[in-house]
Design a protein around this ligand. Structure first.
Ligand code: G3P
Ligand code: CA
Length: 310
C-alpha cells in the first residue's frame, strides 16, 4: 500500500491507495532510462496541482489537432495539451481524431476521385495536400495536418506537457511501437517533470489492451485508461496510472474508488465553468476541456472557495 497526497488549494488530503507496480519485462528501446519506472510502493506520491488539459489543442479557439491549436493552448497558458494520433497508410503517425478526414479537412475537394477518405487508406503525401484549418475558420486557411513528429517538435519548443491519445489502435497495427520509437528517441519526453508538477507525458486510449502493450514499451511513462473502468476491475489494470472517464456520469464515490486504487482521474470533455467546478468538487485531479482559459478560471474558483472555507 502507498499513500497519495492530493492537494486542493492549501488543503492536502492523504488517502491510502493500492500500489502501482511496474510492468514486468524490459523496454524494447535502449534509451529508456534505467530505474525510471513508476513510483515504488515505498515512495509517497507528492502533491500535484489540478490540471485543465487543452483538448485536441485549445480546440475551442483553433482547429483541433493542428499546430495552431497547440499554439493557442500555449497562448492561453495551458500547460498540458491532449492530441489524437493515428497511422497513415504508409505508417506515419499524424494528428487526427476521426477515422476519416472529411469533417476536418477539404480532402473531398483536393482528392475528389478517391474511394476512401479514411486516414488508414491515405498516404502522408496525400494528407499533406489538404487544408485542416478552413472548416473551423477562414483565418486558419492552409493549416496542415501535422505529423506526430511535428507536433512533438512544437510541444517541446513551447515546453508543454502532453496527453497522447492513441486513437482506434485496432485500425492501426504497430502504432504502439511507432509512437514508442519516436518518444524514446527524444530526451524531452523521457525526462520526468519534477514530482510536484503535472506529468510531462501520459499515453492513453479507450483500448486498454493497447495501453498495456504501450506500457510494456514505455514502462517509465504514465499510461491512462479512457472510459469508465468498473470498480471491481480496477485491480486488473494496476500497471496503469490514470482512469479518465466521460464526465457526464461521474460520482464522488467513483472518483474515490479510482483514487483509492492508486489512479489519478481527469474526466473529459467539459466546456462549462460550473460543471468544471462540480467535477473538482467530486474530487477529480483535473479535467479535459476545449477551453483551457475557462478551465483555469474554474480551478481558481474552486481553489478560492476552498481557501475561503478554511
Ligand atoms: O482526453 C479524452 C478525450 O479526448 C476522449 O474523447 O473523442 O475527444 O478523443 P475524444
Ligand atoms: Ca482525444
Amino acid at each position: 500500500m502507498r499513500r497519495i497526497a492530493i492537494v486542493v488549494g492549501a488543503v492536502t488530503f492523504a488517502v491510502t491507495a493500492g500500489g502501482v507496480p511496474a510492468l514486468a519485462g524490459p523496454s524494447l528501446f535502449p534509451s529508456e532510462p534505467a530505474g525510471a519506472g513508476p513510483v515504488s510502493a515505498e515512495q509517497p506520491s507528492p502533491e500535484r496541482p489540478l490540471v485543465a488539459v487543452a483538448h485536441r489543442g485549445a480546440s475551442g479557439h483553433a482547429p483541433e489537432n493542428t499546430l495552431a491549436a497547440i499554439d493557442a493552448a500555449d497562448e492561453l497558458d495551458a500547460g498540458t495539451v491532449e492530441i489524437d494520433v493515428q497511422l497513415t497508410a504508409d505508417g506515419e503517425p499524424v494528428l487526427m481524431h476521426d477515422a476519416s478526414l472529411e469533417r476536418t479537412t477539404d480532402i473531398e475537394e483536393v482528392h475528389p476521385d478517391l474511394d476512401s477518405y479514411d486516414i488508414s487508406d491515405l498516404t502522408l503525401e496525400q494528407i499533406e495536400e489538404v487544408d485542416a484549418g478552413s472548416w473551423f475558420d477562414p483565418a486558419f486557411e492552409g493549416e496542415p495536418v501535422p505529423t506526430f513528429e511535428e507536433a512533438l517538435d512544437r510541444l517541446e519548443s513551447l515546453d508543454l506537457n502532453l496527453f497522447l491519445e492513441v486513437k482506434d489502435p485496432q485500425s492501426h497495427p504497430g502504432i504502439e511501437e511507432a509512437l514508442a520509437g519516436e518518444i524514446t528517441s527524444r530526451g524531452y519526453w523521457m525526462r520526468k517533470n519534477p514530482p510536484r508538477e503535472p506529468n510531462r507525458l501520459m499515453v492513453q486510449s479507450f483500448d486498454w489492451g493497447s495501453m498495456e502493450t504501450s506500457k510494456g514499451l514505455l514502462p517509465s511513462i504514465p499510461h491512462g485508461l479512457l472510459g469508465e473502468v468498473p470498480v471491481d476491475e480496477l485491480g486488473d489494470h494496476d500497471w496503469a496510472d490514470m482512469v479518465n472517464p466521460n464526465h457526464t456520469e461521474l460520482t464522488a464515490d467513483y472518483v474515490s474508488a479510482v483514487q483509492e486504487a492508486g489512479f489519478e482521474i481527469m474526466p473529459y470533455t467539459i466546456n462549462e465553468q460550473d460543471r468544471m467546478v462540480e467535477v473538482l468538487e467530486l474530487g477529480a485531479n483535473g479535467f479535459v476541456t476545449d477551453f483551457p482559459d475557462i478551465g483555469q478560471d474554474a480551478i481558481a474558483e474552486f481553489e478560492g472557495a476552498r481557501q475561503a472555507e478554511m
